[in-house]
Design a protein around this ligand. Structure first.
Ligand SMILES: Cc1ncc(C[n+]2csc(CCOP(=O)(O)OP(=O)(O)O)c2C)c(N)n1
Ligand code: SF4
Ligand SMILES: [Mg+2]
Length: 305
């Protein structure tokens, strides 16, 4: 098991960037770049990540970085990986496409689906802050039900979000995983594993955002942990169709208990004030999804026996 002492001391993020105080994105990128030993070429569409990366001629990271058009991330990453192959350098670098939820589940989904069908050789990380944050919090296909955004200001979003990891699983790519920046070692291990797999690898990374989720910037890790501890977000990986719960989610499945969802909802001002009946309904949906994933994890049953 990886511990904090096993992490490389080398840093690939430079001190100082332009993201908001308490943004979860910097935590995620720091561990992702460590797991890739800084040997990657990033492809990034318009998003908070472009802001974090910085404007030419300055940069907050020590790795090459291509800014792509919004829908083109997976197409550009495909081109870069084919170019590396032509130069006989495909084992020297990981091509890392990293886009927000808007740039993935809505605007980039067709290019990503095509690249997945072709099993193009790159790692795609969707960092999910559950709205279009860079342009001031508009709802996306990943925004949870009941969230107030600038495009759903009164009644909150009325629809459930797309299950993007499930959509990616349906493409039969070699690796699909979820992760949350509040559990950086779990994220680190997944990126390290994905690095050594050939073909299209997808990680869906939950990134709490104090500005859009409306909570105190000091609570980013706490909120991310609560997302997992309540089952609002579940940590798992799927290799060759086999699903395995990981990290905190695995420990809960092996004898713990999910916390009640209202603990998570109440800490964030982005959610509507739900009635007790609505909270009960929310909890029921979370429990159902949790039970489906626990049942799918055959390795849990083996460990119990
Ligand atoms: C084609 C196009 N449409 C709209 C924009 C404006 N725009 C820039 S960043 C952004 C939000 C991106 O949202 P997401 O992908 O979720 O990343 P986040 O900002 O939340 O990190 C938008 C709408 C753009 N740059 N290009
Ligand atoms: S709006 Fe949210 S995701 Fe974007 S930089 Fe600020 S805290 Fe980070
Ligand atoms: Mg977003």
């Amino acid at each position: 098991m990886t511990t904090i002492l096993d992490l490389p001391v080398e840093e690939y993020m430079l001190p100082g960037n332009r993201s908001c105080a308490g943004c979860g994105l910097g935590i995620g990128l720091r561990y992702i770049l460590k797991a890739l030993d800084g040997k990657c070429i990033m492809v990034v569409p318009a998003s908070c990540l472009t802001v974090l990366g910085g404007m030419y001629p300055v940069s907050s990271v020590r790795v090459p970085w291509i800014n792509s058009v919004f829908p083109g991330t997976a197409a550009v990453a495909s081109g870069v990986s084919i170019g590396l192959k032509a130069l006989n350098k495909e084992n020297d670098y990981t091509v890392l496409a990293m886009a927000g939820d808007g740039g993935t589940v809505d605007i980039g989904i067709q290019g990503l689906s095509g690249a997945s069908e072709r099993n193009q050789n790159f790692l795609y990380i969707c960092y999910d802050n559950e709205a279009y944050m860079n342009t001031g919090t508009q709802r996306s296909g990943a925004t949870p039900r009941g969230v107030k955004t600038t495009t759903t200001p009164l009644e909150g979003k009325r629809h459930n979000p797309k299950d993007m990891p499930k959509i990616m699983e349906a493409h039969n790519i070699p690796y699909v995983a979820t992760a949350c920046v509040a559990y950086p070692i779990d994220l680190y291990d997944k990126v390290k594993k994905a690095k050594d797999i050939k073909g299209l690898r997808y990680i869906h990374l939950l990134v709490p955002c104090p500005s859009g989720w409306q909570y105190d910037p000091k609570d980013t890790v706490n909120i991310g942990q609560l997302a997992v501890e309540t089952g609002a977000f579940i940590l798992y990986e799927v290799e060759n169709g086999e699903l395995r719960l990981t990290g905190r989610s695995r420990r809960i499945a092996m004898g713990g208990k999910l916390k009640s969802i209202d603990e998570y909802l109440n800490l964030q001002n982005r959610f509507l004030k739900f009635t007790p009946e609505e909270i009960e309904e929310y909890q029921k949906e979370i429990n159902q999804r949790w039970e489906i994933l626990v049942k799918r994890d055959k390795s849990l049953q083996k460990e119990e026996n």
